[in-house]
Design a protein around this ligand. Sequence first.
Ligand code: GDP
Ligand code: MG
Length: 271
Amino acid sequence: MEKLVVIPTYNEKENISAILHAIFGLNEGFHILVIDDASPDGTAGLVKDLQLKFPGQLFLEERRGKQGLGTAYIHGFKWAIANDYQFIFEMDADFSHDPKDLPRLYNACKNEGADLAVGSRYIKGGGFINWPRNRILLSKGASFYTRMITWMPVKDPTAGFICYRKEVLETINLDEIHFVGYAFQIEMKFAAWKLHFKIKEIPIMFQDRTQGTSKMNRGIVKEGILGVLKLRWYSLFTRYRRKVKNSDNGITVTSQTNKPHSEKMLADTKS
Ligand SMILES: Nc1nc2c(ncn2[C@@H]2O[C@H](COP(=O)(O)OP(=O)(O)O)[C@@H](O)[C@H]2O)c(=O)[nH]1
Ligand SMILES: [Mg+2]
């Protein structure tokens, strides 16, 4: 198993079919795992229909209700590790991230020595298309604030278009990552940096969604502001590194849904 794109969804019925077709249409061997939080608009049903068209390449995990982007990714990362994928991607369902950039992120990790490749809006060649001014300001503010407080050498710390080498996700203790929004994206990079993984930024153009609605809210911004301070505080006392490092590479999968394949892999990793 080589490449898995993890896509969290909440009410993405307008986008989901098109984004899945766009990724499979690259013909680059990407598999996709959708993590749907019981979207009332029936997003999961559309994925199930498409599983018949893409057997063995398209997977779905359904959770009981809206639990936030961060926990959806953690769930997906554990699934990816249990199923032995080597390169694991984070990507939104709404076309803000261009599927054509996936191979560039992959290449950075596979061939250019990166442990974590971040699709970045704030390096030369990167930027925005049609994103509202207030969102750009918020994003730039968050980026500046995060870098001032943490000194983390990442220009786009809230970016959510990422390729991880499996080892990064195995080394981070995923049960110690608790943030759910912007702060989740910041903490994943912060943890990888503190654990001395090599982070490389790859320029991307980020587009505003044209279909469906954003799930961004004030709680996510508040979590980001306080979350960055918390990270900095913990990391002052070196205990942060110990906290986020997996001591035994033990992996637990907490899904209630049918997952014979991952259970088999889990059994293999435990034996
Ligand atoms: N599973 C799951 N996905 C979510 C949740 N919140 C947002 N998403 C998905 O995360 C991605 C990014 O969310 P979006 O609303 O576009 O945030 P924005 O780009 O910051 O405005 C999209 O694919 C959403 O459907 C959630 O609580 N659970
Ligand atoms: Mg979006």
